[in-house]
Ligand binder design. Structure first.
Ligand code: FES
Length: 105
C-alpha cells in the first residue's frame, strides 16, 4: 500500500510499504526526516510521533493503553496522534496520510 508522509515544511514523501511492516520503519526506509524512530520501535523514544489524517484513522487499530499513556507525555500531541512504530501496515492503509510535527524529542 502507498503511504503518504507530509513533513512539517510541506515536503511530501510517498512510499510503497510492505504489509506487516510498521509505519515507522516504512518512513525511515523512505528517508522521511520527521520520523526518527530512535528506539527502533520499543515505545521509549517517542520520536516516531505522527498525526494520522482523519480519513485514515478508522483504518488503523486503536492505540493500546501504553501508547495512549506515552502520547500523553508528548507536548505536541493531538487527538489524532499516534506512535508510528505501533501502526502496522495493512492493505487498508493504502493512500493513508501521516503529518509530522515540527520536531521530535
Ligand atoms: Fe521509539 Fe516509536 S520508534 S517510540
Amino acid at each position: 500500500p502507498k503511504l503518504i508522509f507530509v513533513e512539517h515544511d510541506g515536503t511530501t514523501v510517498e512510499t510503497e510499504a510492505p504489509v506487516g511492516e510498521t509505519v515507522m520503519r516504512a518512513a525511515r526506509a523512505a528517508g522521511v526526516a520527521g520520523i526518527v524512530g530512535e528506539c527502533g520501535g520499543g515505545m521509549s523514544c517517542l520520536t516516531c510521533h505522527c498525526y494520522v489524517a482523519r480519513a485514515a484513522i478508522d483504518r488503523i487499530a486503536p492505540a493500546g493503553p501504553v501508547e495512549r499513556e506515552l502520547l500523553g507525555c508528548v507536548v505536541t500531541a493531538q487527538e489524532n496522534s499516534r506512535l508510528a512504530c505501533q501502526i502496522v501496515v495493512t492493505a487498508a492503509l493504502d493512500g493513508a496520510r501521516f503529518d509530522l510535527p515540527a520536531w521530535q524529542g
